[in-house]
Design a protein around this ligand. Structure first.
Ligand code: ATP
Ligand code: MG
Length: 259
């Protein structure tokens, strides 16, 4: 199973939009995809049309050991794409986990039990570097970092990379950075170009060639409970996510691509 965490402790940079649409693109390619909503805000769940009333069993129960991952899984309208939803309860999980000896590996253990059922697992992280994100980084093999093309884009990046390094040394030597995805890119805006150039200078080839454009269709789709790729598959945002998925697949380890 390919396990990818989508993380950046900065809020509103496009993590969830990227998670939903990459998951959809990968499912369309034939991969069986599990998206884990790992943010108490539950935006990925809402964006994939999972009503709050349908979230009786969520990732929270899984994390505290009250439920199996498979029991919390819901099929989405997208063929081959399943989701484990999140609820506000998850915000309290950080405190509950704090006292547990295996607090950093709980998500990893839960995913380990379902390895054979899905080809790809995407984890949509919350905007923080707390215990939830640590769990995601311990469970993942790859990290995808969405970066908004704004002035403060690189701020916080070094802290994120430090956290990755700490997790690598202490818990998960298998963790590597798959890439940085530029989001909300605006070609007409000088700043966007400048930020993109700065980011490429700092992290080099880690940056995906595909930049996700600022596109209102991407922000409208969640209110319909649909991925943009389903809501309007020909809009520039959808096309960009399809291209990003292709680049991402090319970067995956060889055996995975054969799936
Ligand atoms: P959080 O840190 O709160 O979890 P996030 O990093 O998951 O946020 P998103 O929720 O994906 O970020 O995006 C933040 C807002 O920007 C949302 O309203 C989303 O619809 C919008 N958005 C994301 N990407 C784009 C884009 N490329 N073009 C236009 N709007 C976008
Ligand atoms: Mg989000």
């Amino acid at each position: 199973m390919i396990r990818i965490a989508i993380a950046n402790q900065k809020g509103g940079v496009g993590k969830t939009t990227t998670a939903i649409n990459l998951a959809t693109a990968l499912a369309a390619t034939g991969f069986r995809v599990l998206l884990i909503d790992f943010d108490p805000q539950g935006n990925a769940s809402t964006g994939l049309g999972v009503a709050r009333s349908a979230r009786d069993t969520s990732i929270y129960q899984v994390l505290i050991g009250k439920s199996q991952l498979t029991e919390a899984t819901i099929a989405t309208a997208v063929p081959r794409l399943d989701i484990v939803p999140a609820t506000q309860d998850l915000a309290g999980a950080e405190l509950e986990l704090a006292d547990m000896a295996d607090r950093t590996t709980r998500l990893d253990q839960a995913i380990g039990q379902v390895e054979a059922r899905w080809d790809v697992c995407l984890i949509d992280c919350p905007p923080s570097l707390g215990l939830l994100t640590i769990n995601a980084l311990v469970a993942a093999r790859s990290l995808l970092i969405p970066l908004q093309c704004e002035f403060f884009a690189l701020e916080g990046m070094s802290q994120l990379l430090q956290t990755v390094e700490r997790v690598r040394v202490r818990f998960n030597p298998n963790l590597s950075i798959l890439g940085v995805a530029l989001t909300m890119y605006d070609r007409r805006n000088r700043l966007s170009e400048q930020v993109a150039a700065d980011v490429r200078e700092v992290v080099g080839d880690l940056v995906f060639k595909t930049a996700i454009p600022r596109n209102v269709r991407l922000s409208e789709a969640p209110s319909h409970g649909l991925p943009a790729l389903v809501y309007d598959y020909r809009c520039p945002g959808s096309e960009a996510y399809i291209a990003l998925a292709q680049e991402l697949i090319a970067r995956l380890p060889a055996p995975a691509v054969a799936a």
